[in-house]
Design a binder for this molecule. Structure first.
Ligand SMILES: Nc1ncnc2c1ncn2[C@@H]1O[C@H](COP(=O)(O)OP(=O)(O)OP(=O)(O)O)[C@@H](O)[C@H]1O
Length: 598
């Protein structure tokens, strides 16, 4: 293999994608122990960014790697990093040999888990620790005693360790051999510039530096200049090629509706089963998140809530439960918005609270969207549109990870049209473009179907008052603070026990009424009913396909056979034909499977 450098000295991975499909981890020079560990995780073939980055990192090059969300950047640096540490093991050091710096605690935990599980499978004695801002200095000292081989941390914790004398700068100079800045496009916007500037002067010149990011930005450029020496730049997605930023396996849809009708529309989507589970629903404010939860509960739909206000242990546990499939709907208020909310709160109530208190209340190191590896999320819903096109990319990137298929549905009110236009422009969304790259109108929901639910939805929505939301938010926080303590001690002993506390419990004071759980037949619009039926049928077939799918590989139901793409709610006259076609698909698929001896 060999990467091709373009005129700017940058390598364009796209050409190689096709040529190098067949290259395995062995050909990249990955240690057999790591290959075995990967196969235990059902990972058998490197992704394009892994194919490009691993040999360069093993060679000792500084690398800037830009690749789309969910493309496997974590293993792209973890594998060669661990391999290098394997070969150096036994050499005595006075400080950690590698730092992995990430912008949020959630990412700290995620990267720590990935590194620990690889090491466990490899049965190699390397010590990996994570540092978080909430740790008392004594705990930091304990964690760094030894010293560990790998430290996963936010930049703020490292600079705290340095200022408190827990990490000696001279020792860092002696020992540090590899520095990774993961999600580099976010490190500066999370306010870590000064922390990084505290560390950088003590990073020895011989230390290899890696910079990973999903998007390119001036911040990435700034970091590149600050930290790296003559790096190789790998570009597997670029701001100029936004079609590559969202995986091609993710279909994007939108629905136009008023802000007032958003609850009605999400109810229709979920209750009529027009979108596939698991579903991640994004909103822009914590209160709206609780409003949605209370509203859905009345219709028998349970969901979890994730926001910056909840304690860290609870947040991590909510993510673990959702990833493990303990509940299907997660309502998230994302980090950018939370920060905004925090700022406006700070402005408004500065006289009553100190800034410090507010910062404690909303965790500054919280990041639900960026880089978090949600498992098996099929649909991302923007119930509120994000405030920037980058926010859109990161939200949608939570589905379609590692080449799985996925979909997104954005509910766009007239007030959000401006940002929606900006997002569409990013995709070059005009008639001339290939429609596979654009955001299309959601085809499965008719006006009639929505209207049939209006009375019930508006009646229930009226009952979700501001007081009810405030109480639910406070109650959830109280519950989770208690949970957080229990979780902390419990997980020290049983790290894998997920069932202790459920995070999708009801918050409504009013018990959900049984008559709202089911949508009666007479309310159902025939066209939507038909769409819902066809979807179920086709998904049953898709599932047969998914089970057999090799990890990191997609085949089978392409766009032409996907019901979301092929069904049009307006095409009533073709109903019978469509049903026949979809039945044919199921039968054809079953025959194929039977042939394969399944
Ligand atoms: N070679 C591979 N084959 C199949 N799955 C993989 C492979 N490498 C990584 N994965 C899986 O892909 C998912 C996404 O990987 P990862 O979180 O590293 O993506 P990312 O590029 O860092 O995304 P983001 O920019 O959103 O942080 C993970 O669940 C990971 O286990």
């Amino acid at each position: 293999m060999g990467a091709v450098a373009n005129g700017n000295g940058e390598r364009d991975g796209r050409k190689e994608e096709e040529e190098e499909e067949e290259i395995g981890f062995e050909e990249l020079g990955v240690d057999p122990r790591l290959i075995r560990a990967l196969s235990k995780k059902s990972i058998t073939k490197p992704t394009p960014i892994q194919r490009e980055a691993i040999p360069l990192i093993l060679e000792g090059k500084d690398v800037v790697a830009r690749a789309k969300t969910g493309s496997g950047k974590t293993f792209a640096y973890l594998l060669p990093m661990l391999q290098k540490l394997f070969s150096e093991s036994g050499s005595r050091k006075t400080a950690p040999r590698t730092f992995i710096l990430v912008p949020t605690r959630e990412l700290c935990q995620q990267v720590y888990n990935e590194a620990s599980s690889l090491l466990e499978f490899c049965r190699v004695q390397l010590k990996v620790v994570q540092l978080t801002a909430s740790m008392p200095v004594a705990d930091m000292r304990t964690a760094l005693a030894g010293p560990p081989d790998i430290v996963v941390s936010t930049p703020a914790c490292i600079s705290t360790c340095m200022s408190k004398g827990v990490l000696q700068t001279s020792n860092i100079k002696d020992s540090l051999s590899l520095l990774v800045l993961d999600e580099a496009d976010l490190l500066l916007s999370y306010g870590y510039e000064n922390d990084l500037k505290t560390l950088i002067p003590h990073v020895p010149r011989r230390c290899q530096c890696l910079l990973m990011s999903a998007t390119s930005s001036s911040d990435v450029e700034k970091l590149k200049k600050l930290v790296l020496h003559n790096p190789v730049i790998l570009t597997l997605s670029e701001a100029g090629h936004s079609d590559d930023i969202i995986p091609k396996t993710v279909q994007q849809f939108w629905i136009s509706c008023s802000a007032h009708d958003k609850l009605l529309y999400i109810l229709a989507l979920l209750k009529l089963e027009l979108i596939q589970k698991k579903v991640l629903i994004f909103l822009n404010s914590i209160d709206m998140g609780y409003r949605l939860k209370l509203f859905l509960e009345q219709f028998g739909i349970n969901s979890g809530v994730l926001n910056a206000e909840l304690p860290q242990n609870s947040r991590l546990h909510i993510l673990e439960e959702f990833n493990a499939g303990l509940f299907d709907y997660l309502i998230a208020t994302d980090d950018g918005q939370t920060k905004k909310e925090q700022t406006s709160k700070e402005n408004h109530i500065q006289s009553r609270y100190s800034k410090k208190k507010l910062r404690q209340k909303l965790d500054a190191e919280f990041g639900v969207v960026r880089g978090i590896d949600f498992k098996n999320v099929f649909t991302v819903v923007n119930l509120d549109m994000p405030q920037s096109s980058a926010g859109y990319v990161h939200r949608i990137g939570r589905t379609g990870r590692a080449y799985n298929t996925g979909a997104s549905v954005s509910l766009v009110s007239p007030e959000e049209e401006e940002i929606f236009e900006e997002i569409k422009l990013m995709f070059g969304d005009d008639e001339k473009q290939d429609s596979s790259k654009s955001i299309e109108p959601f085809p499965l929901l008719t006006k009639n179907a929505v209207e049939s639910l209006r009375y019930r939805a508006e009646d229930v929505a009226k009952g979700v008052t501001k007081v009810a939301i405030r109480e639910a938010r406070a109650q959830d926080l109280r519950n989770e603070i208690l949970n957080s303590e229990k979780l902390k001690s419990h997980f020290e002993v049983n790290p894998r026990d997920l069932d202790l506390l459920k995070h999708d419990k009801l918050l409504s004071k009013k018990a959900p009424s049984s008559h709202l759980r089911e949508v009666p037949e007479y309310l159902l619009d025939p066209t939507t009913k038909e769409a819902s039926k066809i979807l179920k049928l086709s998904r049953a077939a898709m599932k047969i396909d998914t089970k057999k799918r090799r990890p990191g590989f997609k085949k089978g139901f392409g766009r032409s056979r996907d019901p979301l793409k092929t069904f049009s709610a307006e095409e009533k006259s073709h109903k019978g034909e469509k049903r026949r076609k979809d039945n044919d698909e199921v039968i054809k698929h079953k025959k194929k499977k039977a042939k394969q001896g399944m």
